[in-house]
Write a protein that binds this ligand. Structure first.
Ligand SMILES: Cc1cc2nc3c(=O)[nH]c(=O)nc-3n(C[C@H](O)[C@H](O)[C@H](O)COP(=O)(O)OP(=O)(O)OC[C@H]3O[C@@H](n4cnc5c(N)ncnc54)[C@H](O)[C@@H]3O)c2cc1C
Length: 523
């Protein structure tokens, strides 16, 4: 393959670096322009990383480091004043833990270390993007000098200059209340759980969230009033008093402290011509539910395989149109979920404030009121059930939406994971994804026939596996509800593009063409 021009990425934050690393895995060159230098960012931000997103970090080459450093948790507990109201547990039965906590600063270090040794990534620090132009053939970006590329990705964060230069609006709102976030190092006798306190006596009328992080560090997040002044709080000893309400007399050291105001915004468009927005440049959510970076990583993966398919000539440019369709839909869903959370946490009217207090008071003795408490619905991948790339499956009536409940293996959802054997080595199913479309059939003969039909239908790489060969533990077939005749078509990002009840060359060709961006699958 000869790729004349690289993809240009503005921003070497986590989303820009994941995109560059995934594109390199597809042998696509990138130039990454980053305004800052090599100094680590002050403080952390994200700490909670979701299981399915760890697969993306795995493909970017960083999951092993993250898993080795991160702390695992499976339970979230919610308290109101002195009462524990309920606990939610996330099943820990898969190959990866449901959640790990690790600081974003560490994750960025791992990504940067990988990116700087990757020959297909030209990382240029202290190169602030200040201008851009797009035409039918490519993009030209100003960052000191001029850089030409085939496409541009704006992964330049919430104040994205790429978004501004493209003239894309960023509607939404901000919350007046602030959130004081401190990471402290201390030996505390708390379990590794997400613990959310509504109206504790030590922060009346507001809430506090406590999480364990690696290295004996604890993240404490207090909701504080709009006029809160961190410097004054530190100077007066107020911050120490706050921390002592949690640590008691134990010694502690502040790793970092910062006060944030949270925003809820989604860009009017995620693409304009050959330019795309990803991560915080495209969406901002309040972090209760950990949907910011987790969904930014999903933007990165969604865009990377599509750009690779188009720049390598395996798919028509129309495939890129599905980035907006899929990821803007995901962003609107994340916004709906986090807005509902913020309505409960930071009610903006007297009626909502009364409702919150009423629900919490009732929940102490009435378990049925507890379902109305919202301290953040934790991030999950968006299901592309209505995507133009997805061959529609059966009715979705009764589709489960509760946290932690496995989704049925219908087209659009992420393919379940499980132990398997491939190429003579023990591995897990999702490790077979990310380099091609994958076909899963019951029998080897069907896999061979399906592969032959696929190579006539698409220029994109396709791999086929027979469950009879790879599913030696017998767990994947039932998780997929696979039958003797079914074919599961898996996209490079692990989402099921189609579930064919029976293999026919025509049905498979149609599903693959649709998954590669040809509307209706008929080329
Ligand atoms: C307190 C807090 C807690 C959070 N907790 C979580 C959590 O637990 N889980 C979660 O998933 N998310 C969480 N988030 C959200 C998460 O931090 C963000 O979603 C994430 O940082 C977005 O990454 P990004 O790469 O899109 O943007 P950024 O991290 O903002 O990176 C953008 C990069 O672009 C560079 N840049 C900017 N302008 C230019 C320019 N003109 N030219 C070149 N480069 C430029 C910047 O220097 C930066 O390096 C939290 C956020 C906050 C504030």
């Amino acid at each position: 393959m000869s790729q004349a021009e690289p993809v240009v990425i503005a921003g070497a934050g986590p989303v820009g670096l994941i995109t560059a690393l995934l594109l390199a895995r597809w042998q696509v060159r990138t130039v990454v322009l980053e305004a800052a230098g090599a100094d680590p960012q002050a403080g952390s931000r994200a700490i909670c990383f979701q299981r399915d997103v760890l697969d993306i970090f795995d493909r970017a080459g960083c999951a092993d480091d993250m898993l080795a450093e991160g702390v695992t948790w499976t339970t979230g507990r919610t308290f109101y004043r002195e009462h524990e109201l309920f606990a939610v547990s996330f099943p820990d039965s898969g190959p990866l833990p449901p959640w790990i906590n690790i600081s974003q600063a560490s994750v960025e270090r791992y990504l940067l270390a990988r990116a700087t040794t990757e020959p297909l990534i030209d990382l240029r620090l202290r190169h602030r993007v200040t201008g851009l132009s797009c035409d039918d053939d490519g993009v030209e970006v100003t960052a000191g000098g001029r850089v030409r590329g085939s496409h541009l990705i704006g992964a330049d964060g919430s104040r994205s200059i790429v978004r501004q230069l493209l003239g894309i609006g960023f509607p939404g709102g901000s919350f007046a209340d602030q959130f004081l976030i401190c990471d402290i190092r201390a030996e505390l006798p708390f379990p590794s759980e997400r613990r959310f306190f509504f109206d504790p006596s030590w922060n009346p009328g507001r809430q506090v969230l406590v999480h364990q992080c690696p290295g004996g560090v604890w993240r404490i997040d207090w909701q504080v009033p709009a006029g809160f002044d961190l410097a004054a709080e530190q100077a007066s000893g107020g911050l120490d008093a706050r921390i002592r309400q949690i640590t008691g007399d134990r010694r502690y050291e502040i790793v970092w402290a910062s006060a944030y105001r949270f925003h809820e915004r989604v860009a009017d468009a995620f693409a304009a011509g050959r330019a795309f927005l990803a991560g915080d440049a495209a969406h901002l959510y309040a972090p209760f539910g950990a949907r910011g970076l987790n969904s930014g990583a999903q933007d990165a993966e969604n865009l990377a395989w599509k750009l690779a398919f188009v720049t390598r000539g395996w798919a028509p440019p129309s495939l890129l149109g599905s980035y907006q369709a899929e990821r803007a839909a995901a962003a609107r869903e994340n916004l709906r979920v986090t807005s509902a959370t913020m309505e409960f946490l930071v009610p903006q009217t007297d009626a909502l404030r009364r409702r919150r207090v009423g629900v919490l008071d009732r929940a102490v003795s009435d378990p049925s009121a507890r379902s109305q408490i919202n301290s953040g619905k934790l991030a999950e991948p968006y299901w592309y059930t209505a995507s133009p790339l997805t061959t529609p499956g059966p009715s979705l009536a009764g589709f489960p939406t509760e946290p932690g409940v496995p989704r049925p293996p219908v087209p659009g959802v992420l393919c379940p994971d499980g132990p398997c054997v491939a190429g003579g080595s023990a591995t897990r199913l999702r490790r077979l994804f990310g380099r091609s479309f994958v076909l899963l059939t019951a029998r080897a003969a069907t896999a061979a026939a399906a592969l032959e039909a696929a190579s006539a239908a698409t220029q994109a790489p396709v791999t086929a596996y027979a469950l009879g060969d790879i599913d030696q533990a017998g767990l994947i077939g039932p998780a997929l509800a696979a039958t003797r005749d079914s074919v599961h078509v898996v996209r490079p990002d692990g989402h099921l593009a189609a579930v064919l009840p029976r293999f026919t060359p025509a049905a498979l060709a149609s599903a693959l063409r649709r998954a590669a961006g040809a509307p209706g699958g008929d080329g």
